[in-house]
Design a protein around this ligand. Structure first.
Ligand SMILES: *[C@@H]1O[C@H](CO)[C@@H](O)[C@H](O)[C@H]1NC(C)=O
Ligand SMILES: *[C@@H]1O[C@H](CO)[C@@H](O)[C@H](O)[C@H]1NC(C)=O
Ligand SMILES: *[C@@H]1O[C@H](CO)[C@@H](O)[C@H](O)[C@H]1NC(C)=O
Ligand SMILES: *[C@@H]1O[C@H](CO)[C@@H](O)[C@H](O)[C@H]1NC(C)=O
Ligand SMILES: *[C@@H]1O[C@H](CO)[C@@H](O)[C@H](O)[C@H]1NC(C)=O
Length: 391
């Protein structure tokens, strides 16, 4: 007996079927791929008379007339009347929201832990010009007067006049024998000398931050904003900041005023904890090196603003963050736990948050603050062109 081979006819049918199936499958795969790698939106903008027809992408930030425009705020270059509508999902008290806009809630957030926005006391309003912030610190160096003038110009726009420059430490003071004891005590350094030239330069800036943490505790400020002198702000900074603080309080991440209680060493947070409530918060409102939370819809110009936890890899540089008195205390406490090797300020922050039993770090996306020396500066601030590290 011979086994019947498929005739030419049936073979053709099989061939046709497989072709059709292949075509369908290919189309499916391509559309799925297309969906996954959804191209980022681009926008053509005229930044000013010189910079016209610029293709603006999610990776670009331009500093222009004292404002940092990123992909998520570039529309506000043309519309000076109001922050983009997605910011309404971070509502202010008594705000009438359009019917399609709902207050943002973190993923899997227990509803019973939400704090009613109308119950948040506004008696906390302070004299800094920024909602709930009772002190603003800015690290700098005496010779960086162009950066200082730049910060003052940006703040004047929002009537923020109340801030404190910190420029006590410089490369040479950090290396002075008479300061050695203070340096090693405050960072609880291992008894090995800081030899590396780069680290000597970074030492000044780290010491300014550590001193600020001590000052916050000593003066018991409920919420402090810490900036470095290269900080530049997105449009509507003050309003977006206000919305962010109300959202942090409403979702239970930030407790100030009557709600303020420092977390003692229990519960002890693990290195990858997503704890939202029982923690001492460190809120990064700035970003650097493209650090953006993976849940943020970064390809979309109107991406939903979000807050996210980043316990183990907190680093978003140290040019713009918020501390409560409790969080500053927790940083100082963590320094004393063990001898440290010297780290620049952002890496020190990251190491302390990761190891601390109580500290939690939060990232805001899109960020409100960039580093002027890392973006396209059309205003031409001279010292944004060089690395300074307070030398
Ligand atoms: C910008 O684009 C417009 C419209 O396409 C064109 O007319 C104009 O010449 C372009 N300007 C420059 C400077 O390229
Ligand atoms: C620059 O910003 C200031 C302050 O907001 C504003 O008054 C001025 O019109 C702006 N200049 C240009 C050229 O847009
Ligand atoms: C500018 O913003 C206002 C308020 O959100 C809005 O009504 C208006 O349509 C916007 N204009 C443009 C050109 O986007
Ligand atoms: C923050 O928003 C509230 C509610 O709209 C307002 O009363 C307050 O003045 C704002 N604060 C700042 C500093 O903008
Ligand atoms: C610090 O301020 C908080 C209110 O923000 C207050 O409850 C607490 O008693 C103050 N602590 C000290 C030591 O003064």
């Amino acid at each position: 007996m011979t086994i019947n081979k498929p005739s030419r006819f049936t073979f053709k049918i099989i061939f046709k079927r497989t072709t059709i199936i292949t075509i369908i499958l290919t189309t499916l795969i391509y559309s799925v791929k297309l969906y996954i790698s959804l191209p980022s939106q681009n926008i053509i903008v005229n930044l000013n008379d010189i910079h016209k027809n610029i293709t603006f992408t999610k990776d670009e930030v331009y500093f222009l007339n004292g404002t940092a425009y990123d992909f998520y705020s570039i529309d506000e270059l043309y519309n000076h009347s109001e922050a983009n509508i997605q910011w309404k999902t971070f509502p202010l008290p008594d705000e009438q929201l359009p019917p399609n806009i709902h207050p943002w809630i973190p993923r899997n957030h227990p509803i019973n832990k939400l704090i009613s926005i109308s119950s948040i006391s506004t008696s906390q309003q302070t004299n800094t010009g920024l909602a709930f912030v009772d002190h603003i610190y800015i690290t700098s160096a005496p010779d960086l007067i162009d950066r200082q003038a730049n910060i003052e110009r940006m703040f004047a726009r929002y009537q923020i006049t109340n801030f404190e420059w910190r420029m006590q430490w410089a490369r040479n003071t950090c290396n002075l024998h008479e300061n050695k004891e203070e340096l090693y005590r405050k960072i609880n350094l291992k008894p090995t000398p800081i030899r590396n030239e780069k680290k000597k330069r970074q030492c000044a800036i780290t010491m300014e931050h550590v001193d600020i943490w001590h000052d916050i505790v000593a003066r018991n400020f409920s919420l402090s904003l810490i900036l470095e002198d290269d900080a530049v702000f997105v449009p509507f900074f003050q309003e977006k900041f206000n919305r962010t603080i109300y959202t942090a309080i409403r979702t239970g991440a930030l407790k100030i005023g009557e709600l303020a209680t420092c977390i003692k060493d229990k519960p002890s947070l693990s290195r990858n904890s997503n704890e939202w409530f029982e923690q001492d918060p460190l809120i990064f409102i700035g970003t650097c090196m493209g650090f953006i939370d993976s849940n943020f819809a970064r390809n979309r110009r109107n991406a939903q603003p979000i807050l996210t936890t980043h316990k183990e890899t907190a680093n978003r540089c140290s040019h713009a963050y918020l501390l409560t008195a409790c969080s500053a205390q927790a940083l100082i406490r963590q320094i004393s736990v063990r001898k440290n090797t010297f780290l620049q300020s952002d890496l020190l922050l990251q190491a302390l948050v990761a190891a601390s039993p109580t500290l939690q770090s939060f990232w805001l996306d899109p960020p409100l603050v960039y580093q002027g020396n890392r973006i396209k500066d059309l205003d031409g601030i001279p010292s944004f062109r060089r690395t300074t590290y307070n030398n």
